[in-house]
Design a binder for this molecule. Structure first.
Ligand code: NAD
Length: 532
């Protein structure tokens, strides 16, 4: 195992050379115009050591990037969908060929374990696969009958919006940046992509792979900078914004989009509940819940932070779950191989925020059954898998997204009460329900207020289904990704109506009484003939 220490020196795998880092950072649109911004020092999370300087874009750079993408987009949009898809057919293979370098770059910026970095790298190929199968059909114009059959027709046409701003977070920096840009590009748009500074390297490599696959130069532009500095100019110069991040930032993005009268898709935070019914099979629940809570070190938007267990199973669940969390914590480590099973948090700042939620709960009377401590011996931002009980509504962790390896287990007696508690949140991203009886689990799922509901699973079943739109309800988001909706949102729907003969206007010249009678007769016939 390639072990690492946080001694100040990087421990990068041999694939990651200075030449590669320099080539990737040179792709950022920065220094073209406006006041120069100081470069951002990117670090290897495992060691805290600096791996390179990321140029920062000025608002003028962002405007220039959008203009370049717009110029390239006209030619791209004019190509048939099949020709655009051919680029992604090649990109699919290139991503698979480069999985290991992608995973290295993800791990450097995120500190997640190798297995999770590889799984993350597989998301864009899955999205590409889905749209290779379906995009031509979804984007095809649909000719419909008009108000007067045969004489009038109406065609629904989907045109690319123009330039799409894709703003991505750090937790799945390759998957989200790529998988949200790909359908925008397939639909015929240009993209200006803004990754998080901490995790920009893997995103830049993804864009390089798309270019190697044949994407026209200039069509995807990458800008980097602090959100408040580059965000407003980015949105002013775009025709649509695809944002993934916190609910607080999503609100700002939504306001900016509204001011510019452009559409937006907002994929935001969650406080996701799991309900374990009295007939659930704990042999299946426990390992799956360990992943649902601690996968990506708890930094997944759909991960579980609240577990409601029926009193019949509660004590056994707690005993086995705490043991499993401890076993996972024992396999924590920093390495670019498959040995560690639990990784770092993304930064010391974020780790301190997670720790503050646990300390707040502990200070107000919650019990920390396991975890609740940083692990500086493993790396600067490691924090143990943590299980809490006795969390009450006055504690931050009860209602706010902790976004770390921390979960609270609650006991319930009455199913109605469990459903009520699961829904007692302003968020609505994901919910999970466990039972051996699928019909019973489905009845509960119907009453859970979330955009994704997973039966006998934490979150993988719904998120991996690329044909079905996925998004949040309540304050977890606006709009969806995946499926036909995840492609059509990047288009304007245009209605092209045709009157082969001027029959509709002719009625305007009739005397009033005759026109009224004719209108009634026509509408009755339309109803009888089921013309819409
Ligand atoms: P964040 O909101 O702080 O940042 C997200 C991105 O927005 C970053 O690139 C950031 O630089 C940028 N940004 C910040 N302010 C901006 C502004 N004013 N204008 C333009 N861009 C701005 O979120 P984060 O901490 O990076 O990510 C974690 C959050 O993301 C969690 O709440 C998590 O639940 C959520 N998330 C949601 C999904 C989903 O699909 N629903 C997926 C992953 C993460």
């Amino acid at each position: 195992m390639e072990t690492t220490t946080h001694s100040g020196a990087t421990t990068l795998p041999p694939r990651i050379t200075q030449t590669l880092i320099d080539r990737l950072t040179a792709m950022v649109i920065a220094g073209t115009a406006g006041e120069q911004r100081e470069a951002y020092e990117m670090i290897e999370v495992y060691t805290g050591a600096v791996v390179g300087e990321l140029p920062q874009s000025s608002p003028e750079d962002v405007a220039a990037a959008a203009a370049t993408a717009r110029a390239a987009q006209r030619e791209w949009a004019a190509r048939p969908v099949s020709e655009r898809l051919a680029v992604f057919e090649r990109a699919h293979e290139l991503i698979l060929a480069e999985l290991e370098t992608i995973a290295d770059l993800i791990q450097i910026g995120c500190g997640k374990i190798r297995r999770m970095a590889i799984e993350e790298s597989c998301d864009p190929p899955m999205v590409i696969s889905h749209y290779l199968k379906t995009a031509e059909r979804t984007l095809k114009p649909i000719r419909r009958g008009g108000a007067m059959p045969i004489i009038t027709t109406s065609t629904e046409q989907h045109r690319p919006k123009g330039v799409v701003a894709v703003i991505a977070p750090w937790n799945f920096p390759f998957a989200i940046a790529m998988s949200d840009s790909i359908p925008a590009l397939i639909a015929g748009n240009g993209v200006v992509l803004k990754p998080d500074n901490k995790t920009a390297l893997c995103t830049l490599f993804g864009v390089e792979l798309l270019q190697r696959a044949g994407l026209p130069q200039g069509l995807v532009q990458v800008v980097c900078g602090s959100g408040p500095d580059v965000g407003p100019t980015l949105i002013e110069n775009s025709d649509y914004v695809m944002f993934t991040g916190s609910t607080a930032t999503g609100r700002t993005i939504g306001e900016l989009a509204g001011r510019n009268l452009i559409g937006c898709s907002l994929e935001l935070g969650g406080k996701n509940p799991m309900i374990v019914l009295d007939d659930a099979d704990l042999d299946e629940v426990i390992p799956s819940t360990v992943f649902a809570v601690y996968g990506n070190s708890g930094q997944a938007c759909m991960h579980i932070e609240r577990i409601y267990v029926h009193e019949r199973l509660h004590d056994e669940f707690l005993r086995r779950f705490v043991a499993a969390a401890e076993a996972l914590g024992a396999k924590a480590g920093a390495a670019y191989d498959y040995e560690p099973e639990f990784g770092s948090l993304v930064s010391v700042d974020h780790m301190e925020r997670v720790a503050a939620h646990v300390e707040d709960a502990r200070g107000k009377g919650a019990t920390v059954l396991t975890g609740g401590k940083a692990r500086p011996d493993l790396g600067p931002a490691f924090y143990e898998p943590t299980v809490l009980t006795g969390v009450t509504s006055d504690m931050a962790h009860a209602t706010m997204e902790t976004f770390g390896p921390v979960v609270t287990v609650y006991r319930y007696t009455d199913e109605e009460d469990a459903i009520r508690q699961a829904n007692a949140t302003t968020y609505g991203l994901n919910a999970s329900v466990w039972s051996r009886n699928l019909a019973r689990a489905n009845r509960i799922a119907d009453r859970l207020e979330a955009g994704n509901i997973n039966i006998n699973d934490g979150f993988v079943a719904s998120y991996s289904a690329k044909a079905t739109p996925s998004g949040g309800v309540k304050q977890s988001g606006v709009g969806t990704r995946h499926g036909a909706a995840g492609l059509l949102k990047y288009t304007d729907t245009v209605n092209i109506g045709v009157q082969k003969k001027q029959v509709l206007a002719a009625r305007a010249a009739m005397p009033y009484a005759k026109q009224l009678k004719s209108t009634r007769v026509t509408l009755r016939w339309m109803r009888r003939l089921r013309i819409r």
